[in-house]
Design a protein around this ligand. Structure first.
Ligand code: URA
Length: 438
């Protein structure tokens, strides 16, 4: 086996057989394929693409480059389910979805990531809970899934190690933006969690990883096709990221918003619509509901009864967080010293948001990372973000409330928000945030 022959075949537009792909991926994981070879392979795939069989073979090889969780010894009385989002600003759906699914009889080993660029990361949000062990070892992860029905955690080093190395190489060789490689990268980590059903939230719009709807739809199709090809029943929803999801962006603020939903706060608006649809799809996929209407009713009942909140509380407790987080969130979640409303420069309706710019403003406040080794400040960000169609201006709602470390940082964030929000004369027509299903 010569790695350069695999690269040459793909460079010249040939097809790679599963065995060649498996060996190449093993070489990426064990270091015998050099960084230069992995980069050349990624570039060849970027230009030449993979067909369906090659994609499934690459996905399987990447999944099997590390350990694949097997839940059978646990004897869990329900399906192993998860959801994945391609990332957004204010996307906190996972924190509400996981405990609802657990309350409905599913088991959710949710292996999540950190913030990337302007998008927030589920793991960063969970780490704003003091004491919460977001990187447990495998026995503790298993205990949390067994006892709480859900565990929102980071990947251990042995989950899809080939992806970890290849992604780092892609990141510095302009080969992240390959549909084939993105598909295999995302799904390898999900398949390694030993799932029986997966719902994907593929986002488009100004805050999404792929802003164009057509590109997002192509990604959704590629993901569903490869996942089902590898034996994992998968559904994708296309959702719009043309405004912040929910009313907050920033780690502890987002946890607080989720706790409000779980403990009986308002269930309305786009965050709730997206959460409810994704959760319902997952219940249906896992055989925990007879149809989508039944699934939606089960979602509502899990919240109304307080069972979903109990599952979240149990997960936090098992993973080392405070036992009374839901009763006293203010005692545990960090609060920023400077809290200021950002008034709109003129009266009107919120007609548009540059969501990417808002996400970057959270990063500038310290709530995200400019580079992977940066620490994250859980307290900072935005709350009370005015949704599209909100009337703003003197005597009306502010654009948002900034939570910052210093007055100067609050001023800079306020300026960024005023630039990022478009104010119009006419009330915009509300759009369903769930724009399609694959
Ligand atoms: N997220 C991933 O995990 N992998 C990619 O390639 C892109 C986004």
């Amino acid at each position: 086996f010569l790695p350069q022959e695999v690269i040459r075949t793909k460079r010249d537009g040939g097809r790679l057989d599963p065995d060649a792909l498996a060996r190449f991926v093993t070489g990426i994981a064990d270091g015998s394929v050099t960084e230069g070879q992995a980069a050349a392979f990624a570039m060849a795939v970027f230009f030449r693409g993979l067909d369906r069989a090659e994609r499934v073979a690459l996905l399987r090889a990447m999944t099997n480059s590390g350990s694949v969780l097997d839940w059978t010894p646990e004897g869990l009385p329900g399906p192993i389910l998860d959801k994945h989002s391609t990332g957004g600003v204010g996307d906190k759906v996972s924190l509400v979805l996981a405990p609802i699914v657990a309350a409905c009889g599913g088991f959710v080993p949710m292996i999540s990531g950190r913030g990337l660029g302007h998008t927030g990361g589920t793991l960063d949000k969970m780490e704003s809970i003091p004491g919460y062990r977001a990187q447990p070892d495998t026995p503790l992860l298993r205990q949390a899934v067994r006892e709480a029905g859900c565990a929102i955690v980071g990947a251990t080093a042995d989950i899809a190690p080939a992806d970890r190395r290849l992604y780092a190489i892609r990141d510095v060789t302009a080969t992240v933006e390959s549909l084939d490689l993105i598909t295999c990268s995302i799904l390898s980590k999900k398949l390694a969690a030993g799932l029986q059903g997966l719902v994907l939230d593929v986002k488009f719009g100004s805050g999404a990883f792929m802003p164009e709807r057509d590109c997002a739809e192509a990604l959704a199709k590629a993901l569903v096709d490869a996942a089902t090809g590898a034996g994992l029943p998968t559904v994708a929803l296309l959702t719009d990221m043309d405004q912040v999801l929910g009313r907050t962006a920033g780690n502890a603020l987002e946890v607080r918003e989720c706790l409000d939903i779980l403990t009986g706060g308002a269930r309305e608006g786009r965050l709730w619509d997206v959460t409810r649809e994704q959760t319902a799809e997952l219940l249906l996929l896992g055989g925990l509901a007879t149809d989508l209407d039944d699934a939606r009713a089960k979602v509502d009942a899990a919240l109304d009864s307080g069972r979903a909140a109990e599952h979240f509380a149990r997960m936090v407790r098992v993973l080392g967080g405070p036992a009374d987080l839901l009763e006293e969130p203010g005692k545990h979640l960090a609060a920023a010293p400077v809290v200021r409303a950002v008034e709109a420069p003129r009266a009107g309706f919120v007609a548009g948001q540059d969501v990417r710019a808002i996400g970057l403003a959270v990063v500038a406040l310290g709530g995200g990372r400019a580079k992977a080794s940066d620490p994250v400040d859980p307290a900072v960000g935005f709350s009370d973000v005015a949704a599209l169609g909100t009337r703003v201006g003197p005597g009306e709602a502010p654009l948002c409330i900034v939570h910052a470390r210093t007055g100067a940082e609050a001023d800079a964030a306020a300026e960024a928000i005023r630039r990022a929000v478009t104010i119009g004369e006419a009330e915009p027509v509300p759009q369903n945030p769930v724009a399609g299903r694959v």
